[in-house]
Design a protein. Sequence first.
Length: 441
Amino acid sequence: MLLPHALPLALPLLGLAAAHTGCGGHEIARRNPGGRVIHARQQVDKNNVDPASECTPYTYPPVNAVKSQYPAIWSSATLVPGDDAAATLFASINATLNQRLPNTQPRGTHMGDWTGVNYPPNDPDCWWTWKQCTTPAADTGIAADISTMPEPETWGFGFDDGPNCSHNALYNFLEENNQKATMFFIGSNVMDWPLQAIRAKDDGHQICVHTWSHQYMTSFSNEQAFAELYYTRKAIKDVIGVTPKCWRPPFGDTDNRIRLIASLLNMTTVLWSDDTDDWKVGIGGVTAQDVDNNYAKVINASKAGAYATHGPVVLNHEINNYTMGEMIKQYPNIKAAFKYIVPIATGLNITNPYQETDVTYPTFAQYTGNTAGASSSSSSSPSSSAVGSGSASAAGSASGSASSAAKASASLASKNNSGAGAAPSVSAASLLLGLTAALLI
Ligand SMILES: [Zn+2]
């Protein structure tokens, strides 16, 4: 009975392990606290587009100065002993959780093994991993996730899993095209590659949270889930200087309990409507052609008029040089098929994407140049003045990087799948069927 479902189910599970390796173990291997010291005012050399050189480990004193205030990098986050501010905030949030969702428990393992989990088929927790639920029942009072853009013919543009140490080719490309995006940053990556994180902000990209250790959020206790979000947000504040009001769950794995924790931290949950599967190339038989096809599916849908009243939010990654190069390759195709390519905040007309109100983003109309008085040009590309912060330097241009796109496109990063290890299984037939069905959507 299980055989027909075994293969499709194995795809995401293998991918999960590999994704974690890519987001976690690989970076751990590169981390080297004893590397070259780079001082606070030093910037990334944008002209360096050699991945190996870009990923030379370095030590950044401002991060070293605060590291003791954080969980160990790439470990499952918990409250740091002595962090009274975090403990007080968590106690308040936990009291609300226990009052509003007293029966919702963690499920599965941090790596996405749901063996023995028997989830009710009516999806009481609006668990995304079960059937891609993004709209909690009205009586929960929990807001729906963001998974589409309200503007027609508009591509909601973002990258997961950064900051990647070798992202200069991509960021130069975006800069040359005056294109902003939403970057969903992993807290441990921010601590490992702080200058790369700073570049994202300086280039005018929107920054959102993508958890501390990039594991399955619904598997965590209330305290762990809080810590995964809290310390990533804190890292972004400490390193970049802004406090995000948005997050995206790794693997999409969220439910009402996790959504409520995020919302009590003043963070909106952002999912997606379409997935390129770009990170999965080489895993479970997924090929680069499959990824091309996934992009083409969204692009062709737009050409066929599917986005006359709204736009997709499309999932792709900053995880390696292949995924970044693939976006560079696809960008002209996207631009030809969509009127606008916008960061999530801009698509939603969120002009204050951070708690710091002095940092402002343009409205959708301003960004796309469709209003008098907007600072941007009349093209679909935004102005370089996407960020109003005095500390931003979004106007900087990247010279000598014309070949970066080709270089990034040509480089297919090798994936370290050695940690694929456990092949989780799901014993509950109903869960198996639900997950299998989900794969076919
Ligand atoms: Zn991710």
